[in-house]
Design a protein around this ligand. Sequence first.
Ligand SMILES: NC(=O)c1ccc[n+]([C@@H]2O[C@H](COP(=O)([O-])OP(=O)(O)OC[C@H]3O[C@@H](n4cnc5c(N)ncnc54)[C@H](O)[C@@H]3O)[C@@H](O)[C@H]2O)c1
Length: 279
Amino acid sequence: MKIQIGTKVCITGAASGIGRATALALARMGARLFLADINQEGLDETSRMIRVECGDVGLCKAADISHFEEVKLFADEIHRDFGPMDVLINNAGIALFALVEDMDHAHWQKVINTNLWGPIHGIECFLKEMIRAKKGHLVNISSTAGLTGAPWHAAYATAKWGLVGLSEVLRYDLMQHNINVSVICPGAVNTPMKHSAEILAVDRESGPVQKIIRRFEKHAISPERAAEIIIDAIEKNRFLVITSFDIKALYLLKRYCFPVYQFVLKYISRLLNSMKIKT
Ligand SMILES: NC(=O)c1ccc[n+]([C@@H]2O[C@H](COP(=O)([O-])OP(=O)(O)OC[C@H]3O[C@@H](n4cnc5c(N)ncnc54)[C@H](O)[C@@H]3O)[C@@H](O)[C@H]2O)c1
């Protein structure tokens, strides 16, 4: 789908990082934006940034995507006043890195409710109208953790793998309605998530952890680059999109050279385990 003046795009998690950068890039292309985030202040700032550039914000509303009723209210208001969306970008998410023995039930719930139920709520509330309109594009932002068995990512990977699976099913189910699907699997992207990600049972300030964060920053692409890749996926109808070269290489190793892939993941596992605070 070509993004044109007036193309209606809904983005969750638009208060920060990839969501904000994608909203700004789409606004510059003339899209009409419908933005949601749990963070009202950040959302207002995104909206202000778009308006400074003379972009078009149809509706901007604080909503917690893990609560079906909040997403439904947001979607109903949009459909009543503006009709069906052309593009839905399920982007909002949180990160938690931990070994399973350090997680309690609330950790699992929070991650799955946001990163898997959140996109499901978006799909439930927006897709029927898009199906009636017989056109559209659905984008789900998954992760490298949705394609690999990344150590310390149990809950996060559960949600992100689910999102890859869901996207693949919908790719075929929605074809008959002229709706395309993209699932984006970012590698490292330099966003505030590197600070907000919860890491259990490690000392964040310790040398080895800081070293990993620096390595992450060195490899990371900018949120603006991630936004370009997402928009390209919509315009060229790409299904599975991996944003970084290193992750593409890892995924190829998994498919075509499994022993080497296993070796890499075992190395990462040992490295992360060595950082766990001994009790
Ligand atoms: N940054 C990375 O390296 C990276 C890598 C792989 C995947 N991702 C994925 O990309 C997406 C965007 O992440 P980002 O890096 O821009 O992070 P970010 O923290 O900058 O942005 C995430 C946004 O989601 C919002 N959010 C969180 N929980 C929410 C909820 N319950 N309801 C509504 N909004 C909520 C946050 O307030 C925030 O504005 C996420 O789904 C993340 O898992 C990021």
